[in-house]
Structures are given as structure tokens and as C-alpha cells.
Design a protein around this ligand. Structure first.
Ligand code: NDP
Length: 300
């Protein structure tokens, strides 16, 4: 199946994510053999149905890879100060290695102070200001999961990044900006686009690597894409027919792109896989074990 998809130029995020999860499970086993029980805590405030599904999927994947997993469920009426207190308690607990605050928070609660309050070394979503700064400075902080998943897919599919023209459509803190920084750190020439970009199709046509992270169903059309370009579609949009679609018109763009991620089954599964990766890294770091030592002990 995967070979067939590869021949068609389709980047199989589902299969690659399964590989990453299995590698992480190996790293978790290595850490356990050294007496560390890697753990992830997800803080879920309120009862937003989409968040409940995301948290369930993260929990399931983390348990599957051997992590200890805890979900702290708080009512939507939780005050900002009570939430901060919960975060501080988790920061201080040496048995908790990764902390994830499920966003968005309910109305009345501000995310920014909560993210700032996280211990950066446990911030497995990579959203603390010092982790954000670390990406731009080429440091080794925790990297936001979706951008990390994009880079991992490019690497595992042998896409050269250095020297390439990369165009990222979208400039959010969660995806567009950190992904642009990661591509820049890998020596791509990067253009970041947004809602005020003039001649967006023309700018996209310059890309060797084109990333769409917008949230507008099938915005990117065939004639926006240079023949042979690699296209990563981060967008997740649910149509009125209930189907999920990306930000790229997949059927027509796949005729010109050399490689393309589908939706679903592209970037989405990689996001959770990279969350697990970050959590294993955080656990190793907390025990003072260099990540390279863990990764190389499991290299086949
Ligand atoms: P945001 O809404 O935070 O950002 C969207 C960005 O797209 C903004 O920078 C905005 O520009 C830009 N934009 C909006 N309309 C246009 C347009 N017509 N032309 C060009 N740029 C435009 O979204 P996120 O970054 O959080 O998410 C983007 C998409 O990715 C969503 O569909 C989301 O569901 C999906 N997603 C998927 C994940 C996964 O695991 N696969 C994880 C995270 C997100 P401006 O700044 O000017 O407003």
C-alpha cells in the first residue's frame, strides 16, 4: 500500500506516523530500563466536544507507546488562578515529564499566561516563549508538533530542504511561523504568506516546497503549483457534507506536484506522533540522559 502510494507521489502520513510511534515506543522502553517512567499529562478545561476527541486520541497514542498518561479534567468554570495553580503543581512534580494544555481554553480564560507559566522543559507542545525563541535561534528546545511533523515527513521522504524555495501560507504561532523558522534553519529560502499577501497564486508558484496552513477548504489550486513541487497540506476543514478536506485542491494539484500529503492521513497523524517524540525527549532530559544516547541505542 505504502509503496503504491509513494509511486503515486502521495506522502503517507498515517504510515509514517505509525513508524515514528513505534520508534518512540522503543525509546520509552529504553528509558524504562533505566528506571524512568516517561509520563504525559493533558490538561483539559471544559467540555468542548472537538477537544474531548483530540485528547482521547492523544491519550490512546501515548498509552500505546508505553507512556504513563493522566488527563486532568477541569470544569469550564475554573478560574485563571486555579488553572495556574494546577500548572505550577505539575511543573513541580518530577514524575510528570510532559504537560500539554489542550487549546482552546473556554471563554474567560486566557491561554497566554498559562503557556508562559509552563516549565519550558515540560512544554511538549512547544508553545512557551523560550521554546518559540529557541526555534528562531537554532536551539534545541521543544518544537511545536505540527511543524515538527512536516519536517519529519520531508526528511523521511528524502525531500531536500537546503537551498530550496519554500513558501508557507499562514503565519500562525502554532503552525506557519514555527514551520517557517524550521525551514529557514534547514537553509531553505522561505517566504511566509498571509491574508494580505498580494498575488498569492504567483508567490506559491515560486515554491519548490509549498505548505498550506490556512483553514480554507481547497484554497490552493492546480495553477498555483509549480510542476514538480512538493506540497504539504496542513489544513483541516469539515465540509457541509461532513467530509474532511485540506487547504489544497488535492485531485487537481496531485497531477502537477511531485509529492503531496492527503487530508486526512497526511500531517494530522504526524502531529500526535511528534507529541510523543517530544514527551520522550522531555523525559530523557529530565533524567540528564542525552537524547542522542537514547536514539542511537534504538537505531537498527
Ligand atoms: P490560524 O487561523 O491561526 O491561521 C491561519 C493563517 O492563514 C493566518 O496567518 C491567516 O492570515 C492566513 N489566511 C487566512 N485566510 C487566508 C487567505 N485567503 N489567503 C492567505 N492566507 C490566509 O490557523 P492555524 O495555523 O491554527 O491552522 C491552519 C489550518 O491548519 C486549520 O485548518 C487548522 O485546522 C489546521 N491545523 C491542522 C493541524 C494538524 O495536525 N494537521 C494542527 C493545527 C492546525 P492572517 O495572519 O493575515 O490572518
Amino acid at each position: 500500500m505504502t509503496t503504491e502510494l509513494k509511486d503515486m507521489g502521495i506522502i503517507d502520513g498515517k504510515e509514517t506516523a505509525a513508524q515514528v510511534r513505534s520508534e518512540v515506543a522503543g525509546h520509552v522502553a529504553t528509558l524504562k530500563a533505566r528506571g524512568i517512567a516517561p509520563s504525559l499529562v493533558v490538561v483539559l478545561v471544559g467540555d468542548d466536544p472537538a477537544s474531548q476527541v483530540y485528547v482521547r486520541n492523544k491519550d490512546k497514542a501515548a498509552v500505546g507507546a508505553g507512556f504513563l498518561v493522566e488527563t486532568v479534567r477541569l470544569p469550564a468554570t475554573t478560574s485563571q488562578s486555579d488553572l495556574m495553580e494546577v500548572v505550577q503543581g505539575l511543573n513541580a512534580d518530577p514524575t510528570k515529564h510532559g504537560i500539554l494544555i489542550q487549546l482552546p481554553l473556554p471563554k474567560g480564560l486566557e491561554a497566554e499566561p498559562v503557556l508562559r507559566a509552563l516549565d519550558p522543559s515540560k512544554d511538549v507542545d512547544g508553545l512557551h516563549p523560550s521554546n518559540v525563541a529557541s526555534i528562531w535561534r537554532g536551539g534545541r528546545g521543544l518544537v511545536p508538533c505540527t511543524p515538527a511533523g512536516c519536517i519529519e515527513l520531508l526528511d523521511r521522504y528524502g525531500v531536500e530542504i537546503e537551498g530550496k524555495r519554500a513558501v508557507v501560507v499562514g503565519r500562525s504561532q502554532l503552525v506557519g511561523k514555527p514551520l517557517s523558522a524550521l525551514l529557514l534553519a534547514r537553509n531553505a529560502t522561505v517566504t511566509m504568506c498571509h491574508s494580505r499577501t498580494v498575488d498569492l497564486p504567483g508567490v506559491c508558484r515560486e515554491a519548490d516546497i509549498l505548505v498550506a496552513a490556512v483553514g480554507k477548504s481547497e484554497l490552493v489550486k492546480r495553477d498555483w503549483v509549480k510542476p514538480g513541487a512538493v506540497v504539504l497540506d496542513v489544513g483541516i476543514n469539515r465540509g457541509e457534507d461532513g467530509k474532511l478536506r485540506g487547504d489544497v485542491a488535492f485531485a487537481e494539484v496531485s497531477e502537477v506536484a511531485s509529492m503531496i500529503t492527503p487530508v486526512p492521513g497526511g500531517i494530522g497523524p504526524m502531529t500526535i506522533a511528534m507529541l510523543l517524540w517530544n514527551t520522550a525527549r522531555a523525559a530523557a532530559k529530565s533524567a540528564g540522559i542525552p537524547w542522542d544516547a537514547i536514539a542511537s541505542s534504538n537505531a537498527s
